[in-house]
Design a protein around this ligand. Structure first.
Ligand SMILES: Nc1ncnc2c1ncn2[C@@H]1O[C@H](COP(=O)(O)OP(=O)(O)O)[C@@H](O)[C@H]1O
Ligand SMILES: [Mg+2]
Length: 318
């Protein structure tokens, strides 16, 4: 008899979630009766076209927006019922975020950007600097620690974004169109990096995308249409697995081989040294963001804006 396998623990449980935005007399059903259950250590993708409700759903999971109806439970706690103060602490403790437009603070170096979540969590500077440096090295940015966002390519900025999201090892990492502004080669690098880290740290990773090729990295794909889950696809038998992980798990696999369905290992994924992206990022197609608003948003998501004054780049610490 096979051993009894315990049911995986839930990380996020959503029931009957509806979100209506009212624009004048018009009602927009951004979400229209969502039920889902995301397990711990699971990598899931919310896949859908623009306007289907993906970001609204992700924001609800992170407690950044309140539902019109329904419940959101994260690690046993109702985030829709939490006060803003409690939510801020909860997010600090359990959640990391990767954004499409990276959302790094422009006046801070890579090391200080990555240190932010640790600073919000009250970690003392010597420790957070050490952790941030380690994380940046892991992300292939050992030589870019003192660089500011404008001195880095889009791919490098997003690697700083990933380092920041993962540095405090949150139990959940949310990534909303994390490669939306990047070229194909850099997209593969970024996706592999996130998936590898989430696996190694046993984290839950929630990826929002409109791109089926990004969704291929997930264990499960939720197809979102018009604010509803149209289908849930179990993707574990055909997902893309980062090269090193695959090589370690399956001793005989040749890492240069393409899997049968063409989704397994993609050529070139591990070719270039991570510090030297071959292709520069494509131009950001979105409207330029208002820096003031961006900073407010980052502070809202990551914690408190007050602590920022305590962050310094000290040459001797690098
Ligand atoms: N703050 C808002 N006010 C009004 N309508 C909104 C707001 N946010 C999102 N919407 C609407 O809700 C729908 C879903 O949006 P969104 O979740 O951003 O979609 P996606 O991320 O899939 O592109 C869209 O029709 C969008 O216009
Ligand atoms: Mg969106």
């Amino acid at each position: 008899m096979a051993d009894v396998v315990a049911a995986p623990k839930s990380a996020i449980v959503i029931k009957g979630l509806t979100k209506i935005f009212t624009l004048g007399k018009e009602k927009v059903y951004a979400l229209n009766g969502i039920d889902l259950n995301i397990a711990e250590n699971e990598i899931i993708c919310l896949l859908g076209t623009s306007g289907s409700g993906k970001s609204t759903l992700l924001n609800m999971m992170a407690g950044l927006e309140k539902p019109t109806k329904g419940s959101i439970t994260v690690f046993g706690e109702r985030v829709d019922k939490m006060s803003e103060r409690k939510l801020a602490i909860f997010r600090q403790k359990y959640m990391g975020f990767v954004f499409q437009s990276y959302n790094l603070l422009p006046n801070l170096s890579a090391i200080d950007n990555v240190s932010l979540p640790l600073a919000f969590a009250g970690v003392k500077r010597s420790v957070r600097t050490k952790k941030a440096k380690k994380m940046l090295k892991l992300c292939g940015l050992g030589k870019r620690m003192k660089h500011k966002p404008t001195q880095m390519s889009g791919g490098q900025q997003q690697r700083v974004g990933i380092a920041r999201a993962f540095v405090a090892t949150p139990k959940i990492v949310f990534a909303d169109e994390p490669t939306g502004n990047l070229d194909t080669h850099t997209t593969i690098e970024i996706m592999e990096m996130m998936v590898k880290m989430a696996r190694e740290n046993k984290q839950t990773l929630v990826i929002v995308t409109h791109d089926i090729e990004i969704a291929a990295y997930a264990d499960r794909i939720y197809h979102i249409i018009d604010g509803r889950i149209d289908a849930v696809e179990d993707n574990r038998d055909k997902q893309i697995i980062p090269l090193e992980e695959k090589a370690a798990d399956i001793p005989d696999v040749k890492v240069s081989e393409q899997s049968e369905d063409g989704l397994g290992i993609r050529e070139g994924a591990a070719e270039s040294p991570p510090d030297e992206p071959k292709i520069e990022p494509v131009e950001d197609k979105d409207e330029p963001a208002d820096p003031q608003k961006e900073e407010e948003r980052i502070s809202e998501i990551l914690g408190s804006s007050k602590i920022e004054n305590e962050i310094h780049t000290e040459d001797e610490t690098i």
